[in-house]
Design a protein around this ligand. Structure first.
Ligand code: WT7
Length: 651
């Protein structure tokens, strides 16, 4: 072997699942798309851009002369919302339901495309009246309610740039994002429903905007009716929006006109505003939604469970599905309110056929027990998707069996806030998918796994995931900081976009994501991915969820420490830690055996469900806890560190 300390390739997974003949026969996309895109990549994207309604056609598909700053569909103009709304109404589909809204308390709304266009037109008129114009930034801080979609589209309609801030973020997080974007308007609500109660949003906005001189108005949606202290900046949505005309003549904007900024975590405290533009972004959001979810606008009922505060909510709740004329479900609340079967009840109620969710949710359902989804029909489902983290093979199998009843293709979709849309995924009618693998780059996308030296690794090897060709929905930069864009993504290897993730290729050349490279452990000189050890642990019938970290160790450099959550109702062995260590040794090898295993009830997660390994490392190394403010539930860490102090060590 070479001395290149590239990631080891440890887990071995041989199961694969082909789509049924019936599914393949009706699929939107066939295997021919790979060959077509390989022969003429730009011609392929040119064809996909024709899915949208353009005002003026583009002269050039891609201008990469200013790399890494791309321009796609150069010279073309469009209004993004015309592709998402007006053209469906003009085609006679105005009565089709765009949104089945389910509030957490059980209130519902059915919104047709005609109705959604009317609401967006009114909101666009209201924004104009409030002095917002093309290029102005608007911060959106709302619960998962229809007005959130309307607010985003109203911005897009007038060429204003939205910056959605997840409603669970603090006043300070909101303030720093408003400040970085110099937003002139904030759209918020009195509150939203979560876990059976009305949770206030407005006080955080008041606190944030007190220090944001750029903000001229705060537009407030009444959702819960709770008491709100009004300030001079505030205007009620129902006062200013509801009296507007229900028509609005859209202007067209350049293909590269900014559509939105979305802040994502960076290594420094300064917010990192990922910038997306119009024509290329919508092209890839629409194409991937059509290809990966096999969306049939006339018959499917689609449900992506992401909040609009995340990029998944932008691309696969708002822009992709609406561009494709989909009927979709939007749910406001948490999966266990008022009971742990709420999602399955919603699927049966609306006959959801396509479900797109995250591994963290799937593992939570595993923990709650198989009998909960078993109490529902779920017969309407025909396709399942996953996003946000590597999905452990056992979680994939559980999802396929308990939710998909073994007859739905499962698509594990890899992408990022920065990529704007799905990059790596099975094609549901084509790919014989392997549990836990995102399989291969979509048609028109270039991805490779390379070594430290930037050389492609061969099959069976591990390394760094890079993107080798510009793609239509790629970020166009970091808001206000082009140099940071170049430094963050294009400096490790100047010819590749480096995504920050480790990956391996199996013997067939299929891709397995191994998590962030910052999370890779080094045990006695072996670079081992936390994901693989976690997957081995979750493969044990007693384990629902696992988080693995490398803790400093005098002998081995780092030692593997595992935190596990047990499955409710499972047979728990008396010495569970010993049994699990032996299990990992069988699944992977002795090198990957955790030195310590701690059974916990919860894991520290960010609001988007990603495990915060940094905090677990603090605990594993007996350090004082670092910053816990981005945790969904800060109390979790106290319980874990108390347990750690009482834990036992083994070799
Ligand atoms: C990071 C991006 C993509 C929208 C939601 C997250 C991880 C995402 C997968 C997947 C393995 C995945 C990566 C990526 N990730 N999807 N299918 N398999 N890892 O967007 O917050 O920008 O996070 O999430 O580490 O780099 P994000």
């Amino acid at each position: 072997m070479s001395t290149d300390p590239t990631l080891e390739n440890l887990l071995d997974e041989h199961r694969r699942f082909s789509p049924s003949g019936d599914f393949s026969a009706q699929a939107n996309v066939t295997g021919a798309a790979y060959a077509q895109a390989a022969t003429d990549r730009l011609g392929f994207w040119d064809e996909q851009a024709r899915r949208l309604q353009w005002e003026t056609p583009w002269r050039q598909t891609l201008d990469w002369s200013q790399a890494p700053f791309a321009s796609w569909f150069v010279g073309g103009t469009l209004n993004v919302t015309v592709s998402c709304l007006d053209r469906h109404v003009a085609a006679g589909n105005g009565e089709r339901i765009a949104i089945h809204f389910e509030g957490e308390p059980g209130d519902t709304e059915q919104i047709s495309y005609a109705e959604l266009l009317a609401r967006v037109s009114q909101a666009a008129n209201a924004l104009t009246e409030l002095g917002i114009g093309a290029g102005d930034r608007v911060a959106i801080y709302l619960p998962m309610i229809p007005s959130a979609v309307v607010a985003m589209l109203a911005c897009a309609r007038i060429g204003a740039v939205h910056s959605v801030v997840f409603g669970g973020f603090s006043a300070e997080a909101l303030r720093s994002r408003i400040d970085d974007a110099q937003a002139s308007l904030v759209i918020t609500a009195d509150g939203g429903y979560r876990r059976g109660a009305a949770t206030a949003l407005k006080p955080a906005v008041d606190e944030a905007v007190a220090n944001c001189p750029t903000v001229k108005h705060v537009l407030v949606v009444k959702r819960t009716g709770q008491d709100v202290a009004l300030t001079d900046l505030d205007v009620w949505w129902h006062d200013v929006v509801d009296r507007q005309p229900i028509t609005h003549t859209p202007a067209s904007f350049d293909s590269e006109h900014p559509l939105f900024i979305l802040y994502t975590s960076g290594t420094t405290g300064k917010p990192k505003g990922i910038l997306h533009t119009s024509g290329g972004y919508l092209t890839q959001a629409a194409y991937t939604h059509h290809a990966v979810f096999d969306l049939k606008p006339e018959t499917d009922v689609y449900w992506c469970t992401a909040d609009i505060g995340w990029v998944t909510g932008h691309s696969y709740v708002v822009y992709g599905p609406l561009a494709n004329g989909s009927t979709q479900v939007i749910y406001e609340g948490t999966p266990d309110t008022p009971h742990q079967g709420r999602w399955w009840e919603i699927i049966d109620k609306y006959k959801v056929s396509i479900l797109y969710t995250a591994p963290t949710a799937i593992r939570t359902f595993m923990k709650w027990g198989d009998e909960i989804p078993a109490g529902f029909s779920l017969r309407s489902l025909r396709l399942l998707g996953s996003v946000g983290e590597p999905i452990n093979p056992e979680a994939w199998m559980w999802y396929r069996h308990n939710i998909g009843h073994d007859n739905c293709p499962v698509v594990d979709t890899w992408w990022q806030t920065e990529t704007g849309a799905i990059m790596i995924s099975p094609l549901p009618g084509v790919t014989a998918a392997k549990p836990g693998s995102a399989m291969r780059a979509l048609p028109g996308i270039g991805a490779e796994v390379v070594s430290d030296h930037g050389e492609p690794v061969s099959n069976g090897g591990g390394g760094y995931l890079v993107l080798t060709e510009p793609w239509p929905s790629m970020l166009r930069g970091i808001w206000g900081d082009n140099q940071r864009y170049v430094d963050t993504y294009w400096s490790r290897w100047s010819q590749f976009y480096f995504a920050g993730d480790g990956a391996k290729l199996d013997d067939d050349g299929d891709l397995w994501l191994l998590g962030r490279v910052d999370d890779v452990m080094n045990v006695s000189g072996h670079r081992i991915s936390t994901t693989e050890v976690e997957s081995a642990l979750v493969a044990h019938p007693a384990v629902a969820e696992a988080a693995v970290v490398g803790a400093n160790d005098e002998t081995t450099g780092q030692a593997i420490v595992a935190f596990v959550i047990l499955r409710s109702g499972a047979d728990i062995p008396t010495d569970v830690a010993t049994e699990l260590r032996a299990h990992v040794a069988t699944e992977i090898g002795a090198i990957a055996k955790p030195k310590k295993i701690l059974v916990v009830n919860e894991l520290p997660k960010t609001r988007s469900g990603k495990i915060m390994r940094r905090l677990l490392r603090d605990v594993a190394e007996n350090r004082h806890l670092g910053d816990v403010t981005t945790l969904a539930d800060p109390a979790v860490m106290m319980l874990i560190s108390d347990g750690m102090a009482a834990g036992t060590e083994q070799d």
